[in-house]
Ligand binder design. Structure first.
Ligand code: ASP
Length: 583
């Protein structure tokens, strides 16, 4: 090997050893008679030293000529440093170099490759391979590696089998848009890239694999949004002969194992909350439960007192922000501005200040007596010093708006610390979701999710009320995983497709293979998939999944390093029988 040690390895106990290191020149400090180089590799940084008393002049000159990011090999003796650096593990020693070999020179990098860089986002993405040399970026990928390794260790210990499913599959209209791949040999026909291995993992259950998992790439051609990647990774799992409870407990085990081994955290038992309660108490199906601040409804207390806004509202609902009663007029106006932003969409904000001296001041004092307002205070269990913030309007929209306000207040009060973790199972999701645009129901999870038995009659009378055996795992307000108990018989699956507006022919054409499989002894089964990139980001205390992907796409869905998507040659188009229509 070109080295005897790595750049992260040498300690005070190695003093006087002759060693060889290899790595990249991160930085060079030249004091004339003394010259230092920080030599970096994946494992760390070791300081090389050249000084007039020990270093021959030619070697000194050779060192002086090195540029940033040159790849060099350095042979020398480990010596104790005079001034130690306790911020790095190798900080007690340095290498007194006797021989230096340039293995490869480097152009001046487009940004400094240090923990804090001067490189902007775009530049770092274009030169991602250089960005990946930086310790914080590399650490993220090392974290990802550990999460993957521990996922496999846990699932293996639970008898799960990793099976690869195909990447060239069939396009189906359900769910998000597919990425399609034209077939050259079968002109005019297309493969699609999987949005998830859903049907394949169910077929593996029919095959008797019993416990399947795969850390797998999925592809969704969705509209661009910040921090959405067209390709992303799932921990995809399926089990046979299980109830919902079994699945929740096996995968709570996985999450606990990951927290323990990756973060050194003992995650307490994960509470369960129904979708309905989550919407009622947090206005979100992925509530951030690091802090309480649950919604309280005031609808019954506030109507009929002449305040039109409340009288006309379907719901009047609020939160209590502890210790915020002394907010200034300006601060309250800011909150009002916030909820009125088009992205949030509230018409206004009502507040009640329960001042520290016990007095009460609200923005609706004209309509409500001190006695009325006391009723609000009691509803929230508010204490002197607290601020009650209230929104009113149509139920779903108002809850969503209040959710945003709750998160903002959580931020302001420092209740969303990224090193604090709170997990939650949200269960009993609705089976169907009304799609206003297309005037039809969609499967909220996917069409293979089983309705709760007792709710099946509602499919005919009140489809929106049917609950599914579907669940999500939420951590710190992020949807980390989701799954369901599946339908495993043909008649129910047919019924489901019918309710989703498929003709029997369409259902047969797209999913006939699955329904046929159900006729050959399909065991009861269910599963879950975790968003692997998001899980890594949560563990890494980051909001951005991009930081945890080696070569991500940018927010426009492009990889600017390899410059894709890109056009293909006329010859390729001809071969595929494709004609590009002008816009
Ligand atoms: N395939 C589903 C998804 O990608 C997860 C599951 O139901 O297991 O969301």
């Amino acid at each position: 090997m070109l080295r005897t040690h790595t750049c992260g390895e040498l300690r005070i106990s190695d003093v006087n050893r002759d060693v060889t290191l290899a790595g990249w020149v991160q930085r060079l400090r030249d004091k004339g008679s003394l010259l230092w180089i920080d030599l970096r590799d994946r494992y760390g940084i070791t300081q090389l030293v050249f000084d007039e008393t020990h270093t021959p002049r030619e070697l000194m000159e050779q060192a002086r000529k090195l540029g940033r990011e040159y790849v060099v090999q350095a042979e020398g003796t480990v010596v104790e440093r005079v001034s130690k650096n306790d911020r790095i593990p190798t900080g007690d020693i340095e290498l007194r170099v006797k021989k230096l070999t340039v293995l490869n020179p480097s152009r001046v990098p487009p940004f400094t490759i240090e923990d804090d860089t001067d490189g902007g986002d775009d530049l770092r993405m274009k030169y991602r391979y250089l960005d990946l040399r930086r310790t914080p970026v590399r650490d993220n990928l090392m974290l990802r590696h550990r999460v993957a390794r521990e996922t496999r260790a846990y699932l293996d210990s639970q008898n799960f089998v990793e099976v690869e499913t195909p990447v060239l599959i069939k396009s189906t209209p359900e769910g998000a848009r597919d990425f399609v791949v034209p077939s050259r040999i079968h002109r005019g026909e297309f493969y699609a890239l999987p949005q998830s291995p859903q049907t394949f993992k169910q077929l593996l259950m029919v095959s008797g694999f019993d416990r399947y998992y795969q850390i797998v790439k999925c592809f969704r051609d969705e509209d661009l949004r910040a921090d959405r990647q067209p390709e992303f990774t799932q921990i995809d799992c399926e089990m046979a002969f299980v109830t919902q409870d079994d699945i929740l407990s096996v995968f709570e085990g996985l999450i606990k194992h990951l927290f323990k081994t990756v973060k050194g955290i003992d995650l307490p038992e994960v509470p369960r909350m129904t979708y309905e309660d989550a919407m009622r108490q947090y206005g979100s199906d992925k509530p951030d439960t690091r802090f309480d601040m649950r919604f309280k409804e005031l609808t019954d207390l506030v109507k009929g007192k002449g305040f039109q806004v409340f009288d006309n509202a379907e719901i009047v609902v609020g939160i209590c922000a502890k210790g915020c009663a002394e907010y200034t007029r300006k601060q309250l106006d800011e909150l009002t501005e916030y909820v009125r932003r088009p992205q949030i969409g509230a018409k206004g904000l009502i507040y009640l200040q329960y001042k520290t001296d016990g007095s009460v001041k609200s923005s609706v004092d004209k309509f409500y007596t001190p006695e009325d307002l006391k009723g609000w205070i009691e509803r929230f269990g508010a204490n002197p010093g607290d601020l009650i913030l209230v929104l009113a309007g149509e139920t779903n929209a108002t809850r969503k708006q209040l959710n945003e306000l709750r998160l903002l207040m959580g931020d302001r009060l420092g209740l969303r610390d990224k090193n604090t973790y709170s997990a939650l199972w949200v269960i009993d999701f609705p089976l169907l979701e009304w799609d206003d645009e297309n005037q039809r129901y969609h499967a909220m999870h996917h069409p293979f999710t089983s309705p709760r038995k007792e709710d099946i009659p509602l499919l005919d009378t009140d489809p929106g009320k049917v609950r599914a055996n579907a669940y999500d795992l939420v951590i710190n307000g992020n949807e980390i995983g989701g799954g369901s108990i599946r339908i495993h018989d043909k008649p129910t699956q047919q019924l489901m497709f019918r309710k989703l507006g498929f003709t029997p022919e369409e259902a047969q054409k797209q999913f006939g293979f699955l329904m046929e499989a159900f006729e050959y002894g399909a065991p009861p089964h269910g599963g879950i998939a975790f968003g692997f990139d998001r899980l890594c980001a949560v563990f890494g205390g980051s909001d951005s999944i991009r930081d945890f992907i080696a070569f991500p796409k940018n927010n426009a869905g492009r990889d600017t390093m390899i410059d894709t998507p890109s056009t293909i040659s006329q010859e390729q188009l001809d071969e595929l029988g494709l004609v590009i229509k002008p816009e």
